[in-house]
Write a protein that binds this ligand. Structure first.
Ligand code: ATP
Length: 313
């Protein structure tokens, strides 16, 4: 494994336990999606791997070496796109990307070629010579991505790189992420976009309150779900919402919607039940869909939210 993390714990000075006995691995050529609520400990994890934050306990091995004891090696081996926007005042995207490539040791020729290739691949050539202070948030974010990957280390870590980016260019960025892995890098990508992650990563780690709540390929995480369909009812305004049937799983009811998770074996009776409600106008409409990875993610983190609250109580 290129990156091996064992029992990593980080407690900040005021007692915040940002990472709690966390273990994970990432191999060469692998894209790992790191999911988790705000404050789950994702950025803290990346900062420790990059040698920027000292762990309280546990070990990190990057290609067998310790990035904490050898931060100069960590800087060479890791490329990190920070969650905060890159400071681009006074420089154009082309200049910023080329400067980073040169700082990371790329030859002038190679950095120039790679910069042009990235600008074209992300379809941002139009802004290549625009001063940083005149760029939109999305183009700034894409520029920061290029800065991180122009001369990539063996491990590339991207902290919410698709924030502010339009859907078309997000896809172009994911293609570049995959290309990094194909070229032999290991990639860790922090994202809140579960649907995108499901399409594009090899493996997912869900962090919750600093520890690993679930890990696996998107397909493996799907198989862990107790139900595989979701029935969504649009309630008729002013009508009392129906009682969820006994065979239904977890129900989530808001003013206008009821969402019920069900096993596929119960699909016929779920449809019959919903049709009957529709015929009596108790509901305006219904939709039966396969459960999404986002539903599974919400279930995983909700459950442990409740556990956490119980422990805290
Ligand atoms: N330098 C610090 N000093 C003290 N507490 C910190 C520090 N940095 C982060 N924390 C706390 O550690 C916890 C984990 O924060 P972290 O930024 O790692 O989470 P995250 O999963 O990246 O969140 P987000 O999705 O919002 O970026 C939070 O409770 C945060 O307030």
């Amino acid at each position: 494994m290129l990156l091996q993390i064992d029992h990593l714990t980080k407690v900040y000075p005021r007692g915040v336990r940002a990472n709690d006995d966390l273990s994970l691995q990432v191999g060469e050529g692998e894209v790992l999606g790191l999911l988790g609520h705000n404050g789950a400990g994702k950025t803290t994890l990346l900062n420790q791997v990059a040698g920027l934050v000292q762990p309280t306990q546990g070990t990190i091995r990057l290609d067998g070496r310790d990035p904490v004891a050898d931060p100069a090696y960590a800087r060479r081996a890791c490329s990190l796109q920070l969650q905060a926007q890159a400071p681009l005042t006074g420089v154009t995207p082309r200049q910023a990307i080329e400067i980073l490539g040169r700082i990371r040791g790329g030859s002038r020729q190679r950095v120039r070629e790679r910069t042009e290739q990235l600008l074209a691949a992300l379809d941002i050539e139009e802004w290549a010579n625009t001063p940083g202070e005149k760029l939109s948030g999305g183009i700034r974010r894409l520029t920061a991505f290029c800065m991180a990957v122009v001369e990539p280390g063996r491990l590339v870590m991207l902290d919410e790189p698709t924030n502010d980016v339009d859907p078309v260019r997000r896809r172009l960025m994911w293609q570049q992420v995959r290309k990094l892995a194909t070229d032999g890098c290991a990639v860790i990508i922090v994202t809140h976009n579960v649907t995108e992650a499901e399409r594009s990563v090899d493996r997912i780690v869900v962090l919750d309150h600093g520890h690993v709540a679930a890990t696996g390929t998107p397909a493996e995480l799907r198989r862990q779900a107790s139900s595989d369909l979701r029935l969504e009812l649009t309630l008729t305004p002013g009508v009392v919402s129906p009682e969820p049937p006994s065979w239904a799983g977890l129900a989530n009811v808001t003013d206008q919607r009821m969402v019920i998770s069900i096993a596929s074996a119960d699909a016929p009776q779920a449809i019959a039940w919903a049709q009957q409600l529709h015929a009596t106008e108790a509901i305006a409409q219904f939709v039966l869909n396969p459960i999404s990875l986002e539903d599974i993610y919400v279930g995983l983190t909700n459950t442990s939210e409740e556990d956490h609250d119980a422990v805290a109580a």
